[in-house]
Design a protein. Structure first.
Length: 383
């Protein structure tokens, strides 16, 4: 027995010397979440944090330990937070962040560490990030297509673009080139602005001078209301299209009367009441909105709340499968989570029905999108 004890001690010592973590089974599943609850993108991260009030406290009989850290929308801080999840918290699963640049940072660290990562913002998932990452939000091509189809159906031929001067703005600009231009739409002007900007007057003047039939805004959160209001103030009369990143009641609150008539792509969580009973997204959408609005007030629902809520809807399916193969706190459990994400199918959530594959890390189809407009200060289905 003494010989066996010394052998085990030697293994632990060797692992410590090499810097590798020893396998340490735990009686709980640790989820580290880096989100943006301060700064210009707080309107995204605060609903994501709030919806954690309504996620399960245990799955498969195992307690869930949630650790949340604010990254302020800064990719450097998001990187630091994720490294803390890896080294200090020994996280089994990592989520975040609320913005595209910070989500790229979180994904990079999670993939280096071999920990399942669930993104809460749309982000490019390349070869370096594809093994361990999946994303909750709808991919840009799915949401873009419904906007471009609406443009075509309403006789739009020329489009102006104003979007963030970061990777989120790039995603939408590139999608327009890839999808809308082959459909016969033309971009006549491209303008950019930074998330913290308080004025886009110069960019809007250029857009109005170009006189496009419609304008596409590639922004998210309350900042998406800035070009919306400025365009109307400067007399632009054409249709304004907003991406799903703007789909929240805060957009209407900030934009005020300028929000009237906007055309917006959205996830179904913003209007589950209008979905048929056969829609798999209806029940989870109603469950989230009922709980969320009971605590945070009428008409407080948010697409961003749906992202973090849905991440746990996915975990409700994949964790029990992984627990049959390994215990939390081990590399084997993390690998089992990764595999279960790919094998579990038709995972119903408030924002869509997920079917992840080795190549498709968004796992969504047309069931994940609706198109809305604002009428009398409320979201209604667009025609």
């Amino acid at each position: 027995m003494k010989k066996a004890f010394l052998s085990a001690a030697s293994v632990v010592a060797a692992l410590a010397l090499t810097g590798l973590p020893a396998k340490a089974q735990t009686n709980e599943i640790t989820v580290g979440i880096s989100i943006t609850t301060t700064g210009p993108a707080a309107a995204l991260g605060i609903p994501e944090r709030n919806s954690l009030d309504f996620v399960p406290k245990e799955i498969g009989g195992v307690p869930i330990k949630i650790i949340t850290l604010d990254d302020g929308g800064d990719p450097t801080t998001a990187t630091t937070n994720t490294r803390r999840f890896v080294t200090e918290s020994k996280a089994d699963i990592i989520m975040g962040s609320s913005t595209t640049p910070s989500t790229v940072a979180v994904s990079t660290v999670a993939n280096e560490a071999g920990i399942p990562h669930i993104g809460l913002a749309p982000f490019p998932i390349n070869e370096a990030r594809i093994k361990w990452s999946v994303a909750m939000p709808q991919p840009i091509p799915i949401m873009g297509k419904v906007l471009y189809e609406h443009m075509k159906a309403h006789g739009i031929k020329t489009v102006g673009y104003i979007g963030y001067s970061d990777s989120y703005g790039d995603l939408w600009f590139n999608d327009f080139k890839n999808q809308a231009i082959p459909m016969g739409l033309a971009m006549v002007d491209e303008e950019r602005f930074a998330r913290p900007d308080t004025s886009v007057a110069g960019q809007v003047l250029k857009l109005v001078a170009a006189n496009p039939d419609a304008i596409l805004v590639g922004a998210s959160g309350t900042a998406a209301a800035l070009p919306q209001t400025t365009l109307r103030e400067r007399g632009y009369k054409g249709l304004i299209y907003q991406t799903h990143g703007a789909a929240s009641m805060d957009f209407i609150r900030i934009a005020g009367p300028a929000a009237e008539g906007v055309i917006m792509a959205s996830g179904p969580v913003m209007s589950p009441e209008t979905q048929p009973d056969s829609a798999l997204t209806k029940k989870p959408g109603l469950a989230l909105n009922t709980a969320y609005e009971a605590k945070y007030g009428a008409n407080s629902r948010s697409q961003f709340a749906g992202h973090s809520y849905d991440a746990f809807e996915v975990l409700k399916r994949v964790v029990p499968v992984a627990l049959k193969k390994a215990k939390p706190g081990t590399p084997e459990f993390r690998e089992a989570i990764r595999q279960a994400l790919l094998t579990e199918k038709e995972i119903a959530a408030s924002q869509g029905v997920y079917n992840f594959t080795e190549k498709d890390r968004y796992g969504l189809d047309d069931r994940s999108r609706i198109i809305l407009t604002v009428k009398d200060g409320k979201y209604v289905p667009a025609k």
